[in-house]
Structure formats: C-alpha cells, structure tokens
Design a protein around this ligand. Structure first.
Ligand SMILES: O=C(O)[C@H]1O[C@H](OP(=O)(O)OP(=O)(O)OC[C@H]2O[C@@H](n3ccc(=O)[nH]c3=O)[C@H](O)[C@@H]2O)[C@H](O)[C@@H](O)[C@H]1O
Length: 439
C-alpha cells in the first residue's frame, strides 16, 4: 500500500529511486527507470488535471461575475408591472396622439432630459438603465430620483438582457424606442475597448432583435455621434459626407450602429432615425466630458489639461446645448413613421433617416475655458499639451439643414448662455451655492 502511494505521489519524483538503482543490475535499473518515468508522467497528468480544474473554475467565476454584473437587476412581479404600466400611460388630452416610449439610458445625461420632456407633455415613458460605474453612479441615481418625482419609472437592467426586453414589450405596446444607452466617451475606448462592443454593438443588436419581434414593432430613434465623421475635413459636416474614416473605437462602434440599424430596417421593416449628436453639454451632464471636469478642477484649484492639435492649432467643437438636442429628439420621435413589420417579417419598406444635431458654430477649447473662468469667477491652471493620438479629431462642425427641414430643428442656445446654465446647476448640485464643498 505504501509502495503504491509512493508511486502515485512521490515526494521527490525519481530522485531516491535512482540512487537506490545504482546497486542493481541494468534490468533492475531500467525497470526502476520506467516506473519512475511512469510516476513522473502520472504526476504530470495530475498537474494538468489540477490546472484544467482551476482554469475552468476561474472562467466559471468570471462568467458568473460578468453575468451578475450585467443582469443583477431584480425585475418582474405584479408590483413591478404596475409601475411600468403607470409610467407608460399616455396622459395627453388626446391620448391617441400621445406616444408611449421606452427610453434606454434613461438615467444618463441625454436620457434624463428627453424622458422629462416627454413626460411633461403627457407622453408615456419607461426608462431602462444599467447604472454602470463608467462615471459616478450616484449622479445617475440622483437623475433617477428626479425622474421618479415626475412619474418616470427607470428599470435597472441591461439592454443585453433579451429576457427583460421581451418582458417589457409584453407588458407595454411601446410605440417608440428612444435608444440612448451606450458606452460614451472617445478616449476611454483605449482603456476599455470591450465595453464599447458590449453596449454599442451587442446591446444594440439585442435591442433591435427585441424591437423586430415586438408586436406592434416600435419606431426607433437612437443616438449616433458626430465622431462618425472621423477624419472628414469637408466643413460643415453633412450627412452625405464620408464616414468611413473613424478615429476612435467609439466612433467605429457608432458607425457600425448606423450599418446595423440599416440592416434591421431593410430586413424587418423597423423605422429607424439615427441622430449624430455634436458634443452635448448642460446641467446634469456627464462628468467625463471636458466642460464638466474643467469646472470641477477649476473650483478645486487643480490644473486642467488642454489639448492642442498639430502646428499649435486649437481644437474646436460644435458644442450643443442639451435643450436643443432634446428638441431634435422629440422632433424625430414626432416625425418618425411607423415600422412596417409584423411577426418578425417586413411588410413594406420602412423609413430610415440620419440627422446631424449640432449647434453650427464651433468654439475652440481655450475659448470654452475662458467662458468657464468668467462664469466661475476663477482662473484655470492650464497645462497645454499636444493632443495625444487616442481618438480625438481636431474639430467638428455640423450642417443641420436636413434636420431643420425635416424636424424643424433650430438650436437657440450659444455656448456662453449654455455654460452659464450649466455652472449654475453645478454650483447648486455640488453644494457650492450653499457655501458648501467640493465633490
Ligand atoms: O460629439 C460626439 O459625438 C462626442 O462628443 C463628446 O466627445 P468630445 O467632443 O471629445 O467631448 P469632450 O470629451 O468634452 O472633449 C471636448 C474637447 O475638449 C478636449 N479635451 C478633453 C479633455 C481634456 O482633458 N482636455 C481637452 O482639451 C478634447 O480634445 C475635445 O477637443 C462626447 O464625450 C462623446 O461621447 C461623443 O458623444
């Protein structure tokens, strides 16, 4: 018994046996050697087995982590369905003219504003958001509370959760989907490329699958991006300009979204409107964006980094105020024609549109900083550095003629006025207005 154990689990494989073997004849030695070799081989197999076991345990753990990260939301039940139905209820005087909209990314910046605007005019709104931690989730929770106080219910869930989506379309026959959930940010794609594929590609397809199978099929309005113009240098950017030279993975996933939505329009008759937003800013904005992080740093006396293009040329953006964007979104929902498919089959050609929603007057980043300095009554500590090659483009500038004609879109807030409103909100939200503190 002891021998067997020694063969199976030698403490120092081979060593002792070879030393003993020196006193035996050649055959005995080779027998010993074979046995020793067999023992080493057995141990090797055991080691392999243990490694495989550990690897499968780890990958299972990561699968569990990933799944639970995305789908931890607890949803379902009668109370939950009642909340959804109530939130989706149209309360316009003429209910037949009202919309019932599923807003994805509802606790996001644009999602919050669009949801509020729809609710205020009596449309039904149900929000969906995964509350991920790309930026401070407490800001998203605060937006959720704001929405709740206006009667908009936001479900905590992921657009990749097909079961949840199917359930939602089961509970409410949404007329429209305003799809704003996405992994945003141009430069973050270098750090976390997978998150862009997860939300902007996989999530989009899961959502489109749910919309295609829904009965009735909703019309879809969704957020593309000015970044699809990439290295295009024809100004101002028109919808017909080339968009095949993206400068970032973010841009590439938004461009892919335009192609993917086209496919669903073509095959299944989904009505699609893609909106190319140009650097949207305003109250309740995104902390990862330049105007927001500059404000935070200026108030805290910390330096800001201002990127500059090649040959010391300032970067410029067609910064667009949130209220103008909201008008463009509502105009798109109102003019969207119905989807034409049923039972997952197209019955007739459906509408497919893409619009620029910009402000039409680009402003340089140093000018953005001076406007903030003026409103904050504080000087920024600026580090001017050459733009790192991580996805930025030198400038953006929207031609909005098409949106003006089709949607009646007409931006009315310039950067000076819009930043004034943003700073007012920022000071109040973070407690400065009450002599409070930096967050
Ligand atoms: O239109 C869009 O489709 C995109 O708009 C937005 O991207 P951008 O236009 O890059 O906005 P934003 O980060 O505010 O940088 C503004 C300027 O400040 C410069 N910038 C930025 C950071 C910094 O530290 N320093 C700096 O100079 C920077 O080089 C740039 O010139 C959205 O984030 C994005 O999700 C997408 O929707």
């Amino acid at each position: 018994m002891r021998i067997l154990e020694e063969e199976l689990f030698p403490t120092t494989p081979g060593k002792g046996k070879m030393e003993r073997g020196a006193h035996h004849n050649h055959h005995a030695m080779s027998r010993q050697f074979n046995r020793c070799f067999a023992s080493t081989g057995t141990m090797f197999l055991w080691a392999l087995f243990l490694i495989a076991l550990t690897a499968s345990y780890l990958s299972f753990q990561s699968f569990v982590d990933t799944s639970s990260k995305y789908f931890t939301a607890s949803w379902g039940g009668l109370h939950w369905e009642r909340q959804i139905r109530s939130s989706a209820q149209i309360r316009r005087p003429d209910a037949s003219a009202g919309l019932s909209v599923l807003v994805t990314g509802a606790a996001g910046f644009v999602g919050t504003h669009v949801s509020l605007a729809l609710k205020k005019r009596g449309d039904g709104v149900v929000g969906l958001d995964n509350f991920n931690s790309y930026y401070d989730p407490s800001l998203k929770k605060a937006r959720k509370s704001l929405l709740a106080s206006h009667g908009v219910f936001v479900i905590e869930g992921d657009i990749n959760d097909a079961r949840l989506l199917a359930k939602l379309f089961d509970v409410v026959p949404f007329t429209h989907v305003m799809h704003l959930a996405a992994q945003a940010g141009v430069r973050y794609a270098i750090e976390n490329p997978a998150s862009y594929v997860h939300s902007n590609i996989a999530g989009l397809v899961t959502l489109l699958e749910a919309c295609k199978s829904a009965d009735p099929q909703p019309a879809i309005v969704w957020a593309s991006s000015s970044s699809v113009y990439g290295l295009n240098d024809r100004v101002p950017f028109s919808e017909s300009d080339r968009t095949d030279q993206p400068a970032s993975l973010y841009a590439a996933t938004k461009k892919a979204g335009e192609e993917i939505t086209h496919t669903y329009n073509h095959i299944y008759g989904l009505s699609i409107t893609g909106l190319r937003f140009f650097t949207v800013y305003g109250p309740w904005g995104r902390p990862d964006m330049a105007y927001f992080s500059f404000t935070r740093n200026i108030l805290q006396g910390k330096p800001i980094t201002v990127y500059r293009g090649k040959n010391r040329v300032d970067l410029a953006r067609d910064f667009t105020y949130i209220d103008d964007i909201v008008k463009g979104c509502l105009g798109s929902l109102d003019t969207a024609r119905k989807s034409t498919g049923t039972g997952g089959k197209k019955r007739a050609p459906a509408q497919y549109r893409i619009f620029n929603l910009g402000n039409t007057s680009p402003v340089t980043v140093p000018t953005l900083v001076s406007i903030l300095e003026k409103h904050l009554k504080m000087k920024a500590k600026k580090n001017v550095v050459e733009m790192p090659g991580n996805g930025d483009v030198p400038f953006t500038h929207a031609n909005i003629s098409y949106a003006r004609t089709e949607l009646g879109y007409k931006p009315t807030t310039n950067l000076e006025a819009g930043l004034k409103k943003f700073v007012k909100w920022y000071l109040s939200y973070y407690g400065y207005a009450r002599g409070g503190k930096n967050l």
